[in-house]
Design a protein. Sequence first.
Length: 330
Amino acid sequence: MWTALGVLLLGLPLLTACGLFVYVYWYVRRHLLDQLERIFPEKPLFIIPRGDPDAAAEDVRFPTADGMRLQGAYFKTASPARKGVILFGIEYGSDRWSCRSYCDPLLAAGYDVFTYEPRNQGKSDVIPDYVPLQWITDHEVADAQAALAYLKSRPDADPRGVGLFGVSKGANAGLAAMSADPWIRCAVTDGAFGLTSVMLPYMRKWIGVYNDNLLAHGLMPAWFYAHVAMIGVRRVGRERKVRFFHLEPHMRRIRQPLLMIHGEADSYIKVEMARVLLRRASGAKEFWAVPGARHNQAITFAGPEYARRVIEFFNQHLGQVPSSKFQVPS
C-alpha cells in the first residue's frame, strides 16, 4: 500500500505539469491564434525604391517551371574581361531597375548582373487572387530557381557558376534557391530574414500584449511558440492558397561563403533575428551590422564602404581577384 501511495505522490508533479501544459496549449490556440493570423499578413510601412529603365540593359522574359513568364534585365559590364555573373534579388514591391544603386559598382568592377521581377510584381505574369506579402512562399522560391535556370541557358553563361546578391525578400528567395543549388558559389544579403527566427520574438510580444495570463507567455519554451506560430502560418497559407517557405531548416545546406549585411537600427527585423539565421549556415560566413541603418538602409548609411565590402567579397569568392588590387569606383 505504501509503495502504491509513493508512486501516486511522485506522479502528482508530472500530472500537474502535463495538465498545465494542456491548459496553456488550449488557451493559446483558442485565444491567440486569431490575433496571430491577423497580424502575420500585415504589410510593413516601407519606402519601396524603384528605378528608371535603362536602354543599355538587355530586357528578357523567361519561363518558370509552372508556366509563368517573368521579366528580367541583364546588365553587361563594360570591362574587357568579365570576372563573373551575379544574380540580384530585388526587395518586396520593387522593380528590376531598382538594382542600379546596388549593382552599378559591381558592373564597373567587371561583373555582369541579372535581375528579375517575381510573379505578381513589376511586369511579370500575375496569378489571379495571389497577393504577395513580405514573407516568401514557394512561388518566390520557384521564381528564383527559374532565374538561375535562365542564366544557365544563356550562350554566355559562366560555367563556374554565379554569385547571389539580394535585398530583404529577394535575399530570402535567393538563399532558398542557394540551399539546393551549388551553382550559386557565394552570396551577399542585405536585410535577410527567416520565418521562425522572426516569429518567435514577436510571438512573445504579441502574447504579452493581447493577454495578461502569465502562464501563456512566461513559462512556455521556445519550441512551444514555434509550434503555435507554424499552426497560424499554415492557416494563413491555406486561406491564401500558398505555402510560406520556412528558410531556417534549409540554411544548414548552405556551405558556400556568405556575407550578411544588416541595419543595426532595424526595428522590424532585429539584428539578433538575422544573426540567428546566419548561425544556421554551414559554410564560411560574415555578419556586418551597419550602425544607424534601419531595414534596407545599410547602403545609404555605409556609403562607399558598402560598395567596397561587397566588391571585395565577390572578388574573393567569385572573381578570384585579390582585393588588394581593387579600387572602389568613384
